[in-house]
Each structure stands twice: as C-alpha cells, then as structure tokens.
Ligand binder design. Structure first.
Ligand SMILES: N[C@@H](CCC(=O)N[C@@H](CS)C(=O)NCC(=O)O)C(=O)O
Length: 189
C-alpha cells in the first residue's frame, strides 16, 4: 500500500483531474472509491476529492494538484495568466456541478432565480475560455486539464453543449486520445 491515497468517485471531474496528475506523475498511489455519505463524514468540505499523504490531508482538488506537482518538481499555475485561466475553468465546472446537484433535487430557475444567473455564468465562462489561446506543446497544463475535465463531464452528464465554441471543440479533439485522459474516463452512464 502506498502512502498517497486519493479518495473520490469515478464520475467526479475534480477527482478525474487529480487522477490524471497522479497517473502522469508516476507516483505510486491508491484510489479509494468514496460515496456521498463517506465524503460528508470524512471531509470538512463534504466533497470529493480528498487526499491523504502520511500525516498530511488535502480537501480540495487544487491543493491536491499543488501537492502532487510540488512532489514531482513541476510548478502549479506558474503565471497569473495561467491562474486566471484555471480559475475561469474552475468556476465553469463548480457552477455546472452546482446546477446539476440542485436539479437532482428538483430546483431550477423557476424556483430559484439565482439558478438562471448560474446558467448565464456557465455560458459566459465558455465564451471567455473559447477566446483564449488553448494550444499546448507536450503535456497539457493544469488549466487545460481543468477545461478538458469540465467539458468531458458536461458531455457525460448531458449538461451543456460546447459545439458552438470552435476552440474548445478543437481542444477536446486534441485531448481525447491522450492515454491518461482515456484511462480516467467515467464509467458508461
Ligand atoms: N472545490 C472542490 C469542488 C469538489 C466538488 O464539488 N466535488 C463534488 C463532486 S463532483 C462533490 O463532492 N459534491 C458534493 C456536495 O456538493 O455535497 C474541489 O476542487 O475539490
């Protein structure tokens, strides 16, 4: 058993990003599948992923990624522009997941007008991401991985289409064949 243990689900896009980073790092790690009740009890954020590394615990995918990158000598979000791109992708994903979880409980913009603001935020984040240079050389950066995990999750859960956004669609065509991305695909819905 390795010291590094990642807890999460096979469907969470936040967990997927951490699995991609760990698989690409070649660090040995264990993955423990965790359900809604377990994360409620075991994480102060009541969310997945969380990670244990010896005495250290991390309860947010960004902190987990930072830890993994540091362990392997690769910088995490080295420039303000990368942080901005990552934050926009993260807002897109966090907002889309929030809308999804509310809808599962029967709440949409008819009950809570704030949901419409959330939906508008998803669209404006997609537009903003599509306007940025998303090219990469060898390995995708963390902002690029976050965008890819978000868009793949949206397709998997049939949340929103990004076909009108040419750059985002091209990015997904480039990411789709990458081995760690294929290995971490969610199970058939
Ligand atoms: N900011 C967190 C977000 C994680 C998150 O939203 N995870 C979802 C699964 S995709 C979750 O566990 N939601 C449970 C809940 O909202 O109670 C991170 O980056 O790790």
């Amino acid at each position: 058993m390795s010291n590094l243990t990642l807890y999460g689900s096979f469907t969470s896009p936040f967990v997927r990003h951490c699995r991609i980073a760990l698989l690409a790092s070649d660090l040995p790690f264990d993955f423990k599948e965790t359900n809604y009740d377990q994360s409620y009890a075991q994480s102060p954020t009541k969310r997945v992923p969380y990670l244990r590394d010896g005495d250290l615990s991390f309860y947010d995918s960004s902190a987990i990624l930072h830890h993994v990158r540091q362990k392997t000598g690769r910088p995490f979000l080295p420039t303000p522009a990368e942080t901005e791109l990552y934050a926009t992708a993260n807002t897109l994903l966090d907002t889309a997941v929030n809308i999804f979880l509310l809808e599962r409980e029967g709440i949409d913009e008819r009950q809570a007008p704030y949901v419409q603001r959330q939906k508008d935020r998803v669209h404006s984040c997609l537009k903003a991401l599509d306007a940025v240079d998303l090219s990469f050389e060898d390995e995708p950066s963390d902002p690029i991985w976050r965008i890819a995990c978000a868009l793949a999750w949206a397709e998997y859960r049939k949340r929103f289409s990004f076909s009108e956004f040419g750059n985002l669609s091209l990015l997904m065509d480039r990411i789709a064949p990458i081995s760690v991305f294929k290995q971490t695909a969610p199970p058939p819905a």
